[in-house]
Structure formats: structure tokens, C-alpha cells
Unconditional design. Structure first.
Ligand code: SAM
Length: 135
């Protein structure tokens, strides 16, 4: 095996380890996540501002966690589909949701259940590094 292939092999192993770590850590972290994320709560609305006018637009929040960013988009009139791999994180998110225009669904970012219609993927807070961009 040449060194480029070995490097790629190591990267794949690292990605897999990170993916597995994410799957293990967040379910245990779910009850405390919002407390830990308190310092960034003001950023939620700034992110919506940065994106621009979202009223009536459709937003996909990948790796939504406990849904705070998705809620901020919904509060500004967006129709939001939010996905996360952790059911425990989603349970917290669903408890906070009072928008009919916001839905939470369990899904893996590496196998997004939306084949078409995704035009832009942005990255706000650190989510899964292994999510593949789609056109
Ligand atoms: C830092 S937390 C939540 C970040 C969230 N976007 C926010 O703004 O607070 C990262 C989230 O990524 C989720 N996650 C990790 N790997 C994932 C994957 N492959 N597919 C979907 N969600 C994933 C975790 O379950 C966790 O809820």
C-alpha cells in the first residue's frame, strides 16, 4: 500500500471512530446539552440574521441536537425539518417545540432521507464531520 492510501486509511479510521463516539456521547449528554450551550444562545438569532429572510422558506437543520437553532428559524417564519441521529437529543427538542411548522425526525446525516431539493448546506455549530455534502 502506498503512503497516500495509508493516510486515507487512517483518515477513514479516524472518521469512523469519531462517528461512533458521536453516537455514544450525545444520548448521555442530552439532559445537559442546553445548559452547556447557554453561552451561545444569543448566536441563534444572529445565525438566522446571517442567513437572511427565512420567512416562508424551507430550512433543513442537520444534526439539530436539542433543536435550538431549528426553533430560532421557525420563530422567524421558516418551515423547518430538523434531523438528528440521537433520539435522546430529539426528545429534548420535541419538548421545546411549539411550532406546527417545525418537525424533528431521527435520521443519519450520512444518509439523509432527502434526495432532492437541498440547495445549500451550511455549518453552524460543530456537527458530524462525516456528513457528506450534497448538491
Ligand atoms: C454539538 S451537538 C448539536 C449541535 C446543534 N446543531 C446545535 O446547534 O446546538 C451535535 C449533534 O450531532 C448529532 N450527530 C452526530 N452524528 C450525527 C449523524 N451522523 N447524523 C445526525 N446527527 C448526528 C449528535 O447526536 C448531536 O446531537
Amino acid at each position: 500500500m502506498n503512503s497516500a492510501a495509508m493516510t486515507r486509511g487512517n483518515e477513514v479510521d479516524e472518521e469512523r471512530a469519531y462517528y461512533d463516539l458521536n453516537k455514544r456521547v450525545y444520548p448521555a449528554f442530552a439532559p445537559f446539552y442546553d445548559l452547556v450551550a447557554l453561552p451561545v444562545r444569543r448566536l441563534r438569532h444572529q445565525v438566522v440574521e446571517l442567513v437572511g429572510a427565512v420567512d416562508g422558506k424551507r430550512v433543513l437543520d442537520v444534526a439539530t441536537g436539542t433543536g435550538s437553532q431549528a426553533l430560532a428559524f421557525a420563530a422567524r417564519g421558516a418551515e423547518v425539518a430538523a434531523i438528528d441521529i440521537s433520539e435522546a437529543m430529539l426528545r429534548v427538542a420535541r419538548r421545546k417545540n411549539h411550532f406546527a411548522t417545525l418537525t424533528f425526525r431521527r435520521a443519519d446525516a450520512t444518509k439523509l432521507p432527502f434526495d432532492r431539493g437541498i440547495r445549500r448546506l451550511g455549518h453552524v455549530l460543530r456537527g458530524p464531520r462525516d456528513a457528506r455534502d450534497r448538491p
